[in-house]
Design a protein around this ligand. Structure first.
Ligand code: PDD
Length: 285
Protein backbone atom coordinates (compact mmCIF):
# COMPACT_ATOMS: atom_id res chain seq x y z
CA UNK A 1 0.00 0.00 0.00
CA UNK A 2 1.25 3.51 -0.78
CA UNK A 3 2.08 5.20 2.52
CA UNK A 4 2.99 8.53 0.99
CA UNK A 5 1.20 10.07 -1.97
CA UNK A 6 2.29 12.98 -4.10
CA UNK A 7 -0.71 15.30 -4.59
CA UNK A 8 -0.35 18.53 -6.54
CA UNK A 9 3.05 19.57 -5.26
CA UNK A 10 3.12 17.90 -1.84
CA UNK A 11 4.14 14.52 -0.46
CA UNK A 12 1.47 13.57 2.07
CA UNK A 13 0.74 10.64 4.38
CA UNK A 14 -2.05 8.56 2.83
CA UNK A 15 -4.70 9.68 5.36
CA UNK A 16 -4.08 13.33 4.44
CA UNK A 17 -3.77 12.79 0.69
CA UNK A 18 -7.03 14.08 -0.78
CA UNK A 19 -8.37 15.53 -4.01
CA UNK A 20 -11.17 18.09 -4.34
CA UNK A 21 -14.78 16.94 -4.82
CA UNK A 22 -14.95 18.99 -8.03
CA UNK A 23 -11.87 17.40 -9.53
CA UNK A 24 -12.91 16.45 -13.06
CA UNK A 25 -11.31 13.06 -12.63
CA UNK A 26 -13.79 12.34 -9.84
CA UNK A 27 -16.79 13.94 -11.58
CA UNK A 28 -16.28 12.90 -15.21
CA UNK A 29 -13.38 10.41 -15.28
CA UNK A 30 -11.73 13.27 -17.20
CA UNK A 31 -8.17 12.11 -16.75
CA UNK A 32 -5.45 9.67 -17.74
CA UNK A 33 -3.01 7.43 -15.90
CA UNK A 34 0.07 5.24 -16.16
CA UNK A 35 1.29 2.24 -14.20
CA UNK A 36 5.04 1.57 -14.32
CA UNK A 37 6.77 -1.46 -12.91
CA UNK A 38 9.48 -0.73 -10.32
CA UNK A 39 12.46 -3.07 -10.12
CA UNK A 40 15.33 -2.63 -7.71
CA UNK A 41 13.82 0.75 -6.77
CA UNK A 42 13.93 2.00 -10.36
CA UNK A 43 11.09 2.55 -12.85
CA UNK A 44 10.97 0.11 -15.78
CA UNK A 45 10.36 1.31 -19.35
CA UNK A 46 9.83 4.85 -18.06
CA UNK A 47 10.51 6.49 -21.43
CA UNK A 48 7.83 4.45 -23.20
CA UNK A 49 5.33 5.07 -20.39
CA UNK A 50 6.03 8.82 -20.49
CA UNK A 51 5.63 8.90 -24.27
CA UNK A 52 2.27 7.14 -23.96
CA UNK A 53 1.21 9.55 -21.19
CA UNK A 54 2.06 12.50 -23.45
CA UNK A 55 -0.01 11.00 -26.24
CA UNK A 56 -3.02 10.36 -23.94
CA UNK A 57 -2.82 13.98 -22.67
CA UNK A 58 -2.59 15.35 -26.23
CA UNK A 59 -5.57 13.28 -27.44
CA UNK A 60 -7.70 14.74 -24.63
CA UNK A 61 -6.16 18.24 -24.77
CA UNK A 62 -5.13 18.12 -21.11
CA UNK A 63 -2.02 20.20 -20.36
CA UNK A 64 1.11 18.53 -18.99
CA UNK A 65 1.15 19.02 -15.22
CA UNK A 66 4.94 19.60 -15.29
CA UNK A 67 7.95 19.03 -17.51
CA UNK A 68 8.97 15.41 -18.24
CA UNK A 69 12.19 15.92 -16.21
CA UNK A 70 10.25 17.20 -13.17
CA UNK A 71 7.74 14.35 -13.46
CA UNK A 72 10.57 11.86 -13.53
CA UNK A 73 11.91 13.34 -10.27
CA UNK A 74 8.44 13.06 -8.65
CA UNK A 75 8.13 9.41 -9.73
CA UNK A 76 11.54 8.56 -8.22
CA UNK A 77 10.87 10.52 -5.05
CA UNK A 78 7.49 8.78 -4.56
CA UNK A 79 9.19 5.40 -5.07
CA UNK A 80 11.90 6.36 -2.58
CA UNK A 81 9.56 7.74 0.11
CA UNK A 82 7.47 4.56 -0.06
CA UNK A 83 10.61 2.37 0.05
CA UNK A 84 9.46 0.49 -3.03
CA UNK A 85 12.03 -1.97 -4.34
CA UNK A 86 9.88 -4.24 -6.50
CA UNK A 87 6.36 -3.04 -7.19
CA UNK A 88 4.58 -0.35 -9.15
CA UNK A 89 4.37 3.40 -9.36
CA UNK A 90 0.98 4.85 -10.35
CA UNK A 91 0.41 8.32 -11.74
CA UNK A 92 -2.81 10.06 -12.65
CA UNK A 93 -3.37 13.40 -14.36
CA UNK A 94 -6.83 14.94 -14.55
CA UNK A 95 -8.08 18.10 -16.22
CA UNK A 96 -8.19 19.71 -12.77
CA UNK A 97 -10.72 21.25 -10.39
CA UNK A 98 -13.58 23.41 -11.69
CA UNK A 99 -17.33 23.88 -11.08
CA UNK A 100 -19.14 20.92 -12.64
CA UNK A 101 -19.86 21.72 -16.28
CA UNK A 102 -19.30 19.39 -19.23
CA UNK A 103 -17.15 21.52 -21.59
CA UNK A 104 -13.49 22.05 -20.74
CA UNK A 105 -12.98 24.66 -18.00
CA UNK A 106 -11.12 27.92 -18.67
CA UNK A 107 -7.40 28.16 -19.28
CA UNK A 108 -6.74 29.02 -15.64
CA UNK A 109 -7.56 25.46 -14.55
CA UNK A 110 -4.41 23.54 -13.72
CA UNK A 111 -4.28 19.78 -14.25
CA UNK A 112 -4.16 17.67 -11.07
CA UNK A 113 -1.33 15.19 -10.55
CA UNK A 114 -1.36 12.30 -8.09
CA UNK A 115 1.46 9.74 -7.77
CA UNK A 116 1.47 6.67 -5.49
CA UNK A 117 3.77 3.65 -5.25
CA UNK A 118 3.66 0.28 -3.54
CA UNK A 119 5.59 -2.96 -3.28
CA UNK A 120 4.34 -6.22 -4.79
CA UNK A 121 3.73 -9.34 -2.81
CA UNK A 122 6.52 -11.24 -4.65
CA UNK A 123 5.49 -14.67 -3.32
CA UNK A 124 1.94 -14.21 -4.61
CA UNK A 125 3.14 -13.06 -8.04
CA UNK A 126 5.56 -15.93 -8.41
CA UNK A 127 2.92 -18.42 -7.37
CA UNK A 128 0.56 -16.99 -10.00
CA UNK A 129 3.23 -17.25 -12.67
CA UNK A 130 4.08 -20.81 -11.66
CA UNK A 131 0.44 -21.92 -11.65
CA UNK A 132 -0.85 -19.79 -14.52
CA UNK A 133 -4.18 -17.99 -14.40
CA UNK A 134 -7.73 -18.66 -15.54
CA UNK A 135 -9.45 -16.22 -17.89
CA UNK A 136 -13.10 -15.80 -18.83
CA UNK A 137 -14.40 -14.07 -21.95
CA UNK A 138 -16.95 -11.25 -21.77
CA UNK A 139 -18.34 -8.84 -24.39
CA UNK A 140 -16.22 -5.71 -24.88
CA UNK A 141 -18.65 -2.91 -23.98
CA UNK A 142 -16.08 -0.09 -23.78
CA UNK A 143 -16.06 3.19 -25.75
CA UNK A 144 -14.29 3.47 -29.10
CA UNK A 145 -11.07 5.18 -27.95
CA UNK A 146 -9.56 2.69 -25.52
CA UNK A 147 -6.15 3.48 -27.05
CA UNK A 148 -6.22 6.49 -24.70
CA UNK A 149 -5.30 5.34 -21.20
CA UNK A 150 -8.12 7.11 -19.35
CA UNK A 151 -9.27 6.50 -15.79
CA UNK A 152 -12.78 5.74 -17.18
CA UNK A 153 -12.49 2.04 -16.35
CA UNK A 154 -16.01 1.01 -15.33
CA UNK A 155 -16.42 -1.64 -18.08
CA UNK A 156 -13.00 -3.02 -17.07
CA UNK A 157 -14.09 -3.10 -13.42
CA UNK A 158 -17.26 -5.02 -14.34
CA UNK A 159 -15.31 -7.44 -16.53
CA UNK A 160 -12.75 -8.08 -13.79
CA UNK A 161 -15.51 -8.71 -11.26
CA UNK A 162 -17.22 -11.11 -13.69
CA UNK A 163 -13.88 -12.97 -13.86
CA UNK A 164 -13.57 -13.05 -10.09
CA UNK A 165 -17.18 -14.27 -9.72
CA UNK A 166 -16.21 -17.22 -11.91
CA UNK A 167 -12.99 -17.96 -10.06
CA UNK A 168 -10.76 -16.42 -12.78
CA UNK A 169 -8.09 -13.68 -12.54
CA UNK A 170 -8.60 -11.90 -15.83
CA UNK A 171 -11.37 -11.23 -18.34
CA UNK A 172 -10.72 -11.22 -22.09
CA UNK A 173 -12.93 -8.73 -23.87
CA UNK A 174 -14.53 -9.89 -27.11
CA UNK A 175 -15.65 -7.66 -30.01
CA UNK A 176 -18.85 -8.03 -32.06
CA UNK A 177 -17.04 -10.40 -34.49
CA UNK A 178 -16.11 -12.85 -31.73
CA UNK A 179 -12.47 -11.73 -31.66
CA UNK A 180 -10.52 -10.95 -28.50
CA UNK A 181 -9.56 -7.28 -28.16
CA UNK A 182 -7.50 -7.42 -24.95
CA UNK A 183 -7.72 -8.19 -21.24
CA UNK A 184 -9.55 -5.98 -18.74
CA UNK A 185 -6.12 -4.75 -17.58
CA UNK A 186 -3.66 -6.51 -19.90
CA UNK A 187 -2.94 -7.36 -23.54
CA UNK A 188 -3.96 -10.82 -24.74
CA UNK A 189 -1.71 -13.27 -26.59
CA UNK A 190 -1.95 -16.82 -27.90
CA UNK A 191 0.57 -19.23 -29.40
CA UNK A 192 -0.89 -21.43 -32.12
CA UNK A 193 -0.35 -25.21 -32.41
CA UNK A 194 2.33 -24.51 -35.03
CA UNK A 195 4.18 -22.17 -32.67
CA UNK A 196 3.19 -18.73 -33.94
CA UNK A 197 2.75 -15.92 -31.39
CA UNK A 198 -0.33 -13.82 -32.05
CA UNK A 199 -1.57 -10.60 -30.51
CA UNK A 200 -4.05 -8.07 -31.86
CA UNK A 201 -2.62 -5.19 -33.93
CA UNK A 202 -2.70 -1.64 -32.62
CA UNK A 203 -5.74 0.54 -33.27
CA UNK A 204 -8.31 2.52 -31.32
CA UNK A 205 -9.78 -0.72 -29.95
CA UNK A 206 -6.87 -1.73 -27.68
CA UNK A 207 -4.34 -0.04 -25.44
CA UNK A 208 -0.85 0.09 -26.88
CA UNK A 209 0.64 -1.86 -23.96
CA UNK A 210 4.22 -1.00 -23.06
CA UNK A 211 4.87 -4.58 -21.94
CA UNK A 212 3.35 -5.76 -25.24
CA UNK A 213 5.81 -3.55 -27.17
CA UNK A 214 8.83 -4.83 -25.21
CA UNK A 215 7.68 -8.45 -25.64
CA UNK A 216 7.41 -7.82 -29.40
CA UNK A 217 11.04 -6.59 -29.38
CA UNK A 218 12.02 -9.74 -27.49
CA UNK A 219 10.06 -12.05 -29.81
CA UNK A 220 11.66 -10.42 -32.87
CA UNK A 221 15.16 -10.54 -31.35
CA UNK A 222 14.71 -14.25 -30.67
CA UNK A 223 13.42 -14.86 -34.19
CA UNK A 224 10.14 -16.42 -33.03
CA UNK A 225 7.24 -16.66 -35.48
CA UNK A 226 4.95 -13.71 -34.80
CA UNK A 227 1.82 -12.23 -36.31
CA UNK A 228 -0.05 -9.07 -35.23
CA UNK A 229 -3.71 -9.80 -35.92
CA UNK A 230 -7.01 -10.34 -34.17
CA UNK A 231 -7.78 -13.91 -33.04
CA UNK A 232 -11.13 -15.46 -32.19
CA UNK A 233 -12.21 -17.02 -28.91
CA UNK A 234 -12.33 -20.39 -30.74
CA UNK A 235 -8.69 -19.98 -31.81
CA UNK A 236 -7.79 -19.18 -28.21
CA UNK A 237 -9.49 -22.36 -26.95
CA UNK A 238 -7.42 -24.37 -29.46
CA UNK A 239 -4.12 -22.58 -28.74
CA UNK A 240 -1.00 -24.35 -27.49
CA UNK A 241 -0.29 -21.52 -25.05
CA UNK A 242 -1.87 -18.26 -23.98
CA UNK A 243 -0.65 -15.39 -21.84
CA UNK A 244 -1.26 -11.79 -20.86
CA UNK A 245 1.14 -8.85 -20.63
CA UNK A 246 0.97 -5.78 -18.39
CA UNK A 247 3.34 -3.58 -16.42
CA UNK A 248 2.13 -5.02 -13.13
CA UNK A 249 2.23 -8.70 -14.20
CA UNK A 250 4.88 -8.65 -16.97
CA UNK A 251 4.13 -11.96 -18.74
CA UNK A 252 1.58 -14.20 -17.04
CA UNK A 253 0.68 -17.61 -18.50
CA UNK A 254 -3.03 -18.36 -19.05
CA UNK A 255 -3.90 -22.01 -18.41
CA UNK A 256 -7.71 -21.95 -18.69
CA UNK A 257 -10.13 -19.95 -20.81
CA UNK A 258 -13.85 -20.23 -19.97
CA UNK A 259 -13.06 -23.40 -18.02
CA UNK A 260 -11.27 -25.09 -20.95
CA UNK A 261 -7.62 -26.08 -20.39
CA UNK A 262 -5.15 -24.43 -22.78
CA UNK A 263 -2.49 -26.80 -24.17
CA UNK A 264 -1.82 -29.32 -21.43
CA UNK A 265 -3.35 -27.03 -18.80
CA UNK A 266 0.00 -25.90 -17.38
CA UNK A 267 1.99 -22.67 -18.05
CA UNK A 268 3.53 -22.85 -21.51
CA UNK A 269 7.27 -23.01 -22.18
CA UNK A 270 7.39 -19.95 -24.42
CA UNK A 271 5.32 -17.76 -22.09
CA UNK A 272 7.48 -18.81 -19.15
CA UNK A 273 10.67 -18.06 -21.10
CA UNK A 274 9.37 -14.63 -22.15
CA UNK A 275 8.62 -13.87 -18.50
CA UNK A 276 12.11 -14.97 -17.47
CA UNK A 277 13.85 -12.96 -20.22
CA UNK A 278 11.72 -9.81 -20.09
CA UNK A 279 13.98 -7.62 -17.99
CA UNK A 280 16.94 -8.17 -20.29
CA UNK A 281 15.03 -6.21 -22.95
CA UNK A 282 13.20 -3.70 -20.74
CA UNK A 283 14.84 -0.37 -19.95
CA UNK A 284 15.43 -0.08 -16.20
CA UNK A 285 16.12 3.57 -15.45
N1 PDD B 1 -3.19 -1.97 -17.07
N2 PDD B 1 -4.81 -3.15 -21.73
C1 PDD B 1 -5.46 -2.57 -20.70
C2 PDD B 1 -6.93 -2.34 -20.83
C3 PDD B 1 -4.75 -2.18 -19.54
O1 PDD B 1 -5.41 -1.59 -18.53
C4 PDD B 1 -3.37 -2.44 -19.47
C5 PDD B 1 -2.53 -2.05 -18.28
C6 PDD B 1 -2.73 -3.06 -20.55
C7 PDD B 1 -1.25 -3.35 -20.57
O2 PDD B 1 -0.50 -2.19 -20.75
P1 PDD B 1 0.97 -2.04 -20.14
O3 PDD B 1 1.75 -3.18 -20.65
O4 PDD B 1 1.43 -0.73 -20.64
O5 PDD B 1 0.83 -2.09 -18.62
C8 PDD B 1 -3.48 -3.39 -21.67
C9 PDD B 1 -2.49 -1.42 -15.91
C10 PDD B 1 -1.34 -2.25 -15.47
C11 PDD B 1 -3.50 -1.16 -14.80
O6 PDD B 1 -4.53 -0.57 -15.13
O7 PDD B 1 -3.25 -1.50 -13.65
Amino acid sequence: MSRIAYVNGRYLPRAEAKVAVEDRGYQFADGVYEVCEVKGGRPVDERRHMARLDRSLKELRIARPMSPAALSVVLRETIRRNRVTDGIVYLQVTRGVAPRDFPFPGNGTRPSLVVTARNYDPARLEQQAAEGIAVVTVPDIRWQRVDIKTVALLPNVLAKQAARDQGAREAWLVDAQGRVTEGASSNAWIITRDGKLITRGLGQDILSGITRSVVIDLVRAQGLAFEERAFTVEEAYAAREAFVTSASQIVLPVVRIDGRPIGNGAPGLIASALRRDYHRYAEIG
